[in-house]
Design a protein around this ligand. Sequence first.
Ligand code: 13P
Length: 249
Amino acid sequence: MRKKIVAGNWKMNNNKRETAELIQALKPLNFSTDLRVMVAPAFTHLVQAEELTQGSRIEVLAQNMNAAESGAFTGEISAAMLSSIGIQKVILGHSERRAYYNETDASLKGKVTTALSHDMEIVFCFGEELDQRKSGSHFEVVKTQLETALFDLSPEQWSKIILAYEPVWAIGTGETASPEQAQEMHAYIRSLIASKYDQTLADSISILYGGSIKPANASAIFSQSDVDGGLIGGAALKAEDFSAIIQSA
Ligand code: 13P
């Protein structure tokens, strides 16, 4: 059965010392064996994070990677580079990457293919923008995002996929999807996977919610039957808040 996951996306925050301090503060935390806890520090701190989390159940993932194997892509990081430092997980398709770095479902498909060829686990982010929610096209938008980037994968490849539904209007805005809105979309996502593949596969996929999760709203969202945890931004930067969110899962 699918696991619950709470993952902290630290985005472009925390210097080397702050990264170490945050990991040290999280390390003593006890959490259920049914739960996975992940943190995504900046590229520059991944080696340190990997070392500091040895002997704990905290998993480290990258925030992005390039689709190419290697070559003339100044400033980019490859899957092989991540693998070589022991990082076998990556966030792909975050809405900030889509909005500021022109990532599209089609280009993300290339990243997914490369990550899987390196046996990496992927936290794949997607979600509608505010105007799309207002116009009622949010289900269609999410369907297209998933179909384009992921629905060519084999059932075996799906064992490496974690989905993160992050409505853009809820990211960093303080405005959270209600537990009912999250459940409605997550159930829809699971039904899409069930109709493309089958119910067993759909039931095996962890679908996380992301967007203004805080200690105060985490348990209401996490208690929804199709919400399998969260991808946390701002509140993952404070050990106390992130710990409280982990305990709510
Ligand atoms: P916030 O929790 O800050 O809204 O960010 C969510 C997010 O983008 C996680 O990837």
